[in-house]
Write a protein that binds this ligand. Structure first.
Ligand code: 4AD
Ligand code: MG
Length: 476
């Protein structure tokens, strides 16, 4: 069995016989190979005895080639590494064409790497991002597992629009050119695969509620799909969402859970992904140097993560936030694209970012939003015009979490659905929860890619998911 680079680099004693497999990052002076196998951001230096190595082999050691190396792990005399491999045998497992290989040892733009997303994890930046993504997923499962939550798998194909925003991708096997029609000339979905109209889910929440109302504390973590045509650096058409749902928990409990949960997963990566974070932090420091002073980061990446872990999130009602925004400088000087003039306005990302980055300078939980800008299932407050909603806003990201206490009163829920033209037949099972042993319950959804953006400091959401799906783009 061969070792990984990570294993060898953490060795502090020489080893007479080791084997390693990986890809060449660089090869210099016909002697020094920097080999990487993905196990760590760091390469291991492999030193070959070029006088005794065939010229034809030397020529094939090019950036991107896959190698199998045998040799001895020895203390390194060179700078930058504590150990290196003295190569006794080298096999080329897979050649790489040095002229055509897209990932040359030089700086590539993220746009170029997106077009080569199948190879981009061979760069330091993307391998670090994807290792962190993996680590964050693990930390999420770990947190819930240690806190008494059950992991449930909510369906991907669904007949209901949880968010009621009508931004769904249809799932159908009907002949697109010639779909069957009913008597009134509408497409007859009763002849479709599932015998009804179905879509890809926008959220697992409604089904998660059914399990919360029997198993108590559950979460779902899976892909969700939105056919909204927003081509921004924070929106994907396919993204992953973490959605806990808890019985007998009110909105205050929901905020406590969301805060404890995010802090816990950030702490996990601060402790377990030091090398990758250090690399990404340096990347940002370098990137900052080319920016005007005003746009430079005030905190380094790890300081920013630590700041979130160590400080309380600021809890502010929507009404208070509107007051702040109405009277703030950018509003008065008409610097906002959307000016805030009265209560009831939906908040745009420019407002969210002002609150988080300029006003409070820390993560903010906004709660008690106007009912008519939020989804049908949120619990109506006594004032009759606001709902027990909460959004968590993060610096640089804006909304990272959206959640609420759910409407548990059958009559109130029915009225809300009627007002929004949501047919009761479609959600009969959801209404059943309010008929049989209803109880207050709450939950939230955390956009996983937005979390990965925050942790890695990447500024485009397309760079934190392996193969991004966005309007006009589903390559790979
Ligand atoms: O605020 P949203 O729409 O909430 C829900 O779907 C609720 N059903 C969740 C719940 O209560 N269980 O979405 C939740 C989060 C957002 O805060 C955001 O982080 C992320 O999902 N999100 C997106 N991420 C990437 N691309 C998109 N198009 C996103 N839309 C939402
Ligand atoms: Mg939201």
């Amino acid at each position: 069995m061969h070792s990984t680079v990570a294993e060898l680099l953490s060795q502090n004693k020489p080893l007479a016989e080791i084997e390693i497999k990986g890809w060449v990052r660089t090869f210099r002076a016909n002697r020094f190979i920097a080999l990487n196998d993905g196990s760590t951001i760091n390469n291991i230096q492999c030193v070959i005895d070029f006088e005794n190595t065939d010229e034809s082999i030397l020529k094939r050691i090019t950036t991107g080639a896959a190698l199998h190396i045998k040799g001895a792990l020895v203390e390194s005399l060179g700078k930058g590494q504590s150990v290196e491999i003295q190569v006794t045998s080298l096999t080329i497992l897979g050649d790489s064409d040095p002229e055509e290989y897209p990932i040359q040892p030089k700086k590539h733009s993220f746009e170029f790497l997106r077009e080569n997303a199948h190879l981009r994890t061979r760069t330091n930046t993307f391998s670090a991002v994807m290792r962190l993504r993996s680590s964050l997923s693990f930390a999420i499962h770990k947190y819930f597992n240690e806190n008494g939550f059950y992991y449930m798998h909510t369906p991907i194909i669904t007949g209901s629009d949880a968010e009621g925003a009508g931004e769904m991708f249809r799932v159908s096997t009907l002949d697109a050119k010639n779909p069957p029609q009913d008597e009134s000339g509408n497409i007859d979905y009763s002849q479709d695969f599932f015998g009804k109209e179905t879509n890809l889910t926008v959220s697992g929440q409604l089904e998660a509620e059914t399990y919360a109302m029997s198993l108590g504390k559950v979460y779902t973590f899976g892909p969700t799909f939105r056919a909204e045509n927003s081509n921004t650096s924070r929106h994907l058409s396919e993204f992953w969402m973490v959605e806990p749902e808890v019985a007998f928990m009110d909105l205050a409990g929901n905020m406590d859970l969301a805060e404890a949960f995010t802090k816990s997963i950030l702490s996990y990566v601060l402790e377990h992904n030091k090398d990758d974070l250090a690399f990404l932090e340096q990347r940002l420091v370098q990137e900052d140097k080319s920016k005007p002073q005003a746009e430079r980061q005030e905190m380094t990446l790890t300081d920013k993560l630590r700041f979130v872990v160590d400080n309380n999130f600021k809890r502010v009602s929507y009404t208070e936030a509107i007051d702040i925004l109405r009277n703030c400088k950018p509003n008065k000087k008409k610097k906002f694209k959307f000016l805030i003039d009265k209560w009831g306005a939906d908040l745009q990302s420019e407002h969210e970012r002002f609150l988080v980055e300029k006003h409070f300078k820390c993560p903010v939980i906004l709660f008690d939003y106007p009912a008519n800008i939020k989804a049908f299932y949120m619990r109506l407050n006594e004032d009759g015009k606001t709902v027990r909603a909460m959004d968590i806003l993060f610096p640089g990201i804006g909304e990272i979490v959206g959640g609420s206490q759910r409407e548990e009163r059958l009559e109130v829920l029915k009225e809300k659905m009627a007002a929004l033209n949501i047919p009761e037949e479609e959600l009969w099972w959801y209404l059943d929860l309010r008929k049989y042993g209803t109880a207050i319950h709450s939950g939230f959804g955390l956009g996983f890619e937005r979390l990965v953006m925050f942790v890695t400091g990447m500024s485009n959401i397309r760079d934190v998911i392996p193969y991004p799906r966005t309007p006009q783009n589903a390559e790979f």
